[in-house]
Unconditional design. Structure first.
Length: 486
């Protein structure tokens, strides 16, 4: 197994290509059709919704049917070699469609476009457009250019683009949960990571535009927003204050933003991802404790349990520092779940380092983790400075041990929930049966329970008592309906 995911609701990483199209679309309004497939993290999925909005304005409607599309877009990920291979394979599958419809344009968006730039055009002959994550506003112009038979490239990174004014077109939405991008880029230079190169400098989005977008979502019936950024805890926005007599600038930290969004309505749940352990503050933890509707769930990627490896990774914390952070979360938020990202077999990793990783998983008792073996990315600090010297079979064996341990920890965490009652936001039918609802607890665990002919609908809150569990799901029965939610 190369990538293991112990979660059914992937929010962070490694989503395979999904074709996205809006649930409802007035077909006749659009003169042309585009198809967009998204890979990688939630940021990319959120970006695809911005791209859809830009294209809608130009008269393009979304389709899921390749043959119908005038333009096919792949929103790509470069995080590991495997992610790029998947996309290259997918590109070759477009050859036939393009032969059948010569006017069809193929565009590569996102991180792979940014990493490879014009080289992609040489390597993948059928690609007509290459557009980096900060250049989506120029997409209509680039399409026009490509329609004349020229290849079109824009991979300029920006210091201030946040697409704050663009209302995303929700693609394939359940109408209840939505991603809201609050910042872009990353200033951390984790030595293994390609993101700072593909996404550019960190910049925060105007707080007022975020609150506005979340309020609109709530008014449309959405009941959960996930605030997205590579490192949400370093969110920082300075704005002119509207308060009378205040001539100072008002500053919004991440804790301040969380509070503003939580105050929209107690019926709107707030989640966020991702927190870098070095940046999550007590202020954020206390804000989470103060508001019932801020979900008690923190994704706190550890990457490795060995201080020596963490130093090589440039994570800027030690094993002990990370463990103290976990303790602090448990102290302030006793019912908070914690998940992690883990990399097996980073450069120079010894068996002892690997044991340190296993023991930190055990110490933290993660409810869930995303686990990977190290994949060298060209241009990163690690690729330039260190030898990728752990053999593949060793990486895979260590990853396997990590996965096995995490599976056990997830199961143990779920078993502890048997007999407990959780407030659940109903997101839709369970995947297995239309007579069951599926939703999530504040702790981000999937909860499935029978409908039992109650007049409920998605978007309602219920309390559910857990009767039994699997490794990834809690199964229970409704004990009450949260009246104000219906
Ligand atoms: N910004 C987030 C992570 C984004 S990338 C954070 O800092 O937490 C998601 C995860 O992919 C990382 O946490 C890491 O575990 C993994 N990852 C990143 N680069 C990788 C590489 N070169 N090889 C293997 N896994 C990698
Ligand atoms: Fe990559 Fe580190 Fe930035 Fe996360 S914080 S995106 S791992 S450089
Ligand atoms: Fe996300 Fe992949 Fe880019 S994880 S930021 S889409 S490299």
């Amino acid at each position: 197994m190369e990538i293991a995911e112990i979660s059914s609701k992937v929010h962070n990483e490694a989503r395979q290509g999904e074709v996205l199209a809006p649930a409802i679309q007035e077909e006749k309004l659009y003169r042309k059709k585009f198809m967009i497939e998204s890979y990688g993290c939630a940021m990319n999925f959120a970006d695809s919704e911005i791209v859809a909005s830009i294209l809608n304005k130009e008269g393009y409607g979304a389709t899921k049917i390749l043959e119908e599309a005038d333009i096919v877009l792949l929103n790509t990920c470069s995080i590991r070699e495997k992610a790029e291979q998947t996309i290259r394979k997918r590109l070759t599958e477009f050859k036939k469609a393009k032969l059948a419809k010569r006017s069809m344009l193929v565009g590569v968006l996102g991180c792979m476009a940014e990493r490879l730039k014009g080289k992609l055009l040489e390597e993948e002959k059928l690609v007509d457009l290459v557009i980096g994550p900060d250049a989506y506003r120029t997409l209509p112009l680039l399409i026009e250019e490509a329609e004349t038979g020229q290849k079109a490239v824009n991979v300029l990174l920006s210091r201030d683009e946040t697409y704050a004014d663009i209302a995303p077109v929700r693609l394939d939405s359940n109408g209840i949960t939505a991603f809201v991008s609050i910042m872009r880029g990353c200033n951390n230079m984790c030595s293994f990571c390609v993101v700072p190169f593909t996404r550019g400098r960190e910049r925060s989005r105007d707080a007022a535009s975020i609150v506005h977008e979340c309020t609109e979502l709530f008014n449309q019936g959405y009941r959960e927003v996930t605030l997205l950024g590579q490192n949400v805890d370093s969110y920082f926005w300075t704005a002119l204050s509207n308060e009378p007599a205040a001539d100072k600038l008002s500053e919004v930290t991440f804790a301040g933003l969380l509070e503003k969004v939580a105050l929209i309505s107690p019926l709107l749940r707030v989640r966020f991802s991702t927190s870098h352990p070095k940046d999550i503050t007590d202020e954020v933890l206390f804000t989470m404790a103060r508001y019932e509707n801020i979900c008690k769930y923190i994704h706190l990627p550890v990457q490795s349990g060995s201080t020596r490896v963490l130093q090589l990774m440039n994570r800027t914390y030690t094993r002990e520092w990370y463990m103290a952070k976990v303790n602090r979360i448990r102290e302030i938020l006793p019912d908070c779940s914690i998940s992690s990202d883990v990399i097996a077999g980073f450069c120079t990793e010894t068996e002892e380092d690997h044991q340190d990783t296993l023991s930190i998983l055990q110490f933290s008792g993660y409810d869930m983790s995303y686990m990977f073996f190290y994949s060298e990315r060209p241009g990163t600090l690690a690729a330039r400075r260190y030898l990728d010297d752990v053999p593949l079979d060793v990486k895979k064996r260590r990853l396997d041990e990590i996965v096995k341990l995490q599976n056990r920890l997830s199961m143990e965490s779920n078993i502890r929930d048997i007999g407990r009652t959780f407030k659940v936001l109903i997101e839709g039918n369970s995947r297995k049966s239309e007579s069951d609802w599926s939703g999530r607890s504040s702790q981000n665990k999937v909860v499935v329970f029978p409908k039992n002919d109650r007049p409920l609908t998605k978007g309602n809150y219920v309390t559910v008592k857990v009767k039994k569990v699997t490794g990834a799901t809690l199964i229970g029965e409704i004990t009450s309906v949260v009246e104000e939610s219906i």
